[in-house]
Design a protein around this ligand. Structure first.
Ligand SMILES: [Mg+2]
Length: 311
């Protein structure tokens, strides 16, 4: 475990660092408050800080306040080191966000005991973060394909719509539906069907750009959100997905299964959007299915709202 020793006094810093290294800790040093805040704000920074009260730039309590305000994760365990011993000081130190209070000069046995408390709290904190992340994963991921689930991809679409409106940038939406999927299940069984869904999902995700979002929208239907793109890029990505599935059969539960996909595409520039993006992509998907499947169809060029108003 890495510990930050922040003290403007070179000699105190040296003694404390040497002691900690002797106990097997990795040590990073800071000679003033600003350097301490920087170290504790880095994502790979020390999780535990021993911070001198009196330091140039920022004093110890101010370091604690700034680290707490940044709300860094994982949690930073902060110990204030000081020769002050008045009750008001102790209260001020703890109110600034410090977890612990150590008097100077430190007593090695006491320091060891307090470090154990710090480690225990950090371990608990990490377990909580892991549990929270696992729950978040369960709540947002589709169990079969590992893609975003329906709720999460709709959330992602809304986020990207808001972002596109703010930046006046283009947003593409694809609705991809595996062709004749029921036949796969009927012919090769549900295990093969599941394997086809998993492998199709993997192939689709592989051809996307890193910031594109993809989720399982329904049984064999996928929703893909393409931020910051042109109408042409939306079509190109659709075509890449189509080719990725049809180019070679998928291996599913021991059988080679040929799969194709029909894709409805829709694109809009940064106007405020409603639900019409997905609806238009759905309409285009319907056209793709009717005109022979295994193809990408872009929504009609005409502005949809005026068409609707005109009936
Ligand atoms: Mg000092």
């Amino acid at each position: 475990m890495k510990i930050l020793v922040a003290d403007d006094d070179r000699f105190s810093r040296l003694v404390l660092s040497r002691t900690l290294r002797f106990w097997g800790y990795e040590v990073e040093e800071a000679a003033d408050g600003r350097a301490a805040v920087e170290a504790l704000s880095r994502s790979d920074g020390p999780c535990l800080g021993i911070i001198d009260w009196m330091m140039p730039q920022l004093d110890g309590p101010e370091v604690c306040r700034q680290v707490r305000a940044a709300n860094a994760e994982p949690y930073r365990y902060l110990m204030l080191l000081t020769s002050r011993s008045r009750r008001e000081d102790l209260v001020e130190g703890l109110n600034s966000g410090a977890d612990e209070y150590l008097s100077k000069p430190f007593d090695p046995l006491e320091l060891q005991a307090r470090l154990r408390i710090g480690r225990r709290l950090l371990d608990l904190q990490n377990q909580l973060i892991e549990a929270r992340d696992a729950l978040h994963r369960q709540a947002t991921r589709d169990g079969l394909t590992g893609l975003l689930n329906r709720t999460a991809i709709i959330d992602a679409l809304q986020e990207e719509q808001a972002r596109a409106s703010r930046r006046l940038s283009g947003l593409g939406v694809l609705v991809a539906d595996l062709d004749h999927f029921k036949r796969v299940n009927d012919t090769w069984g549900h295990l093969a069907g599941d394997a086809v869904l998993r492998e199709s999902a993997r192939r689709m995700a592989d051809v996307l750009r890193p910031y594109d979002r993809i989720g399982r929208y329904g049984g064999e239907e996928f929703l893909i959100v393409l931020p910051d793109c042109t109408r042409q890029v939306t079509l190109d990505v659709g075509e890449r997905i189509r080719t990725a599935l049809s180019s070679e059969p998928l291996l599913a539960d021991g059988s080679a299964v040929s799969v194709t996909v029909s894709i409805g595409a829709c694109w809009a520039d940064g106007k405020p959007f409603g639900d019409e993006l997905v609806r238009n992509a759905d309409d285009a998907l319907y056209v793709a299915k009717r005109s022979g499947r295994n193809r990408v169809v872009m929504e009609a060029e005409a502005p949809t709202e005026s068409v609707r108003v005109a009936g």
